[in-house]
Ligand binder design. Structure first.
Ligand code: ATP
Length: 220
């Protein structure tokens, strides 16, 4: 599902550079990523999602060579293949929770919004315990509720790859388990791969494999 070789990336204005010589993730594998703050975990997720492009190396995700795609191609790839749960949720302020969940369909890019998708959005919201919050805007939601909206939005397109950046960070221990169960159950149903950055070591036994980012990353 993911094959990265000798990828290098530096932010345009400099300051931080990332090098990863090898990362392989199998289809439907559930991988946890741990590592100290500021070492580039989010930067790597951004590369895997096609939000940014490596400066060097090869990166194939779901059979697509991401280094060969321009920005529009990567945007389309992301919309159709990737569900991304951002660390800061990245919800859209002027849209209510329901509209936020369906946001991937608003930006178009080959996704068609139909009654099946709407039903799926409601089912996900129900499973995540936010069915009664769908008319609320992000600023009226708690951190945990915003997080659940972000999770529903990442799953609603039935992506091949789910990238989660601290997806359970704002939740109490019991809810963390519930949300992870939900994420894994949906991923299994869709045969989706999960790569989740977490600082939560209690959750690590739940993953098929745990990668320590400090060993993955090369000194740049
Ligand atoms: N857009 C950007 N431009 C320049 N530098 C950036 C940018 N985004 C992040 N960085 C820097 O890149 C480094 C790695 O950041 P990143 O967010 O990938 O780390 P992280 O391991 O995910 O951290 P955390 O666990 O705290 O979320 C940091 O030093 C950060 O300041």
């Amino acid at each position: 599902m993911i094959a990265a070789r000798d990828i290098a990336f530096a932010y345009p204005r400099g300051g931080f550079a990332l090098k990863v010589s090898q990362l392989d993730v199998a289809p439907a594998e559930r991988v946890g990523v741990i590592g100290p703050s500021g070492t580039g975990k989010t930067t790597l997720l951004n590369l895997l999602a096609g939000l940014s492009r490596p400066d060097a190396g090869t990166l194939s995700v779901a059979g697509t060579d991401l280094t060969a795609l321009g920005e529009a191609g990567r945007r389309r790839f992301r919309a159709t293949h990737v569900g991304f749960i951002f660390q800061n949720f990245a919800l859209v302020d002027y849209l209510n929770a329901y509209e936020n969940i369906l946001y991937p369909y608003r930006v178009g890019l080959g996704l068609k919004l139909d009654s099946q998708v709407r039903e799926r959005a409601h089912a996900l919201a129900d499973a995540c315990g936010i069915a009664n919050r769908l008319k609320s805007h992000p600023q009226a939601l708690s951190g945990g509720e915003q997080q659940r909206v972000a999770i529903c939005r990442a799953l609603v397109t039935r992506p091949r790859l789910i990238l989660a950046d601290e997806a359970t960070g704002n939740l109490d221990p019991e809810t963390k388990e519930v949300i992870l169960d939900l994420l894994f159950a949906r991923a299994a149903e869709m045969e989706a791969t999960v790569l989740a950055v977490t600082h939560d070591h209690d959750l690590l036994p739940r993953f098929d494999r745990v990668i320590d980012f400090s060993t993955l990353r090369q000194a740049a």
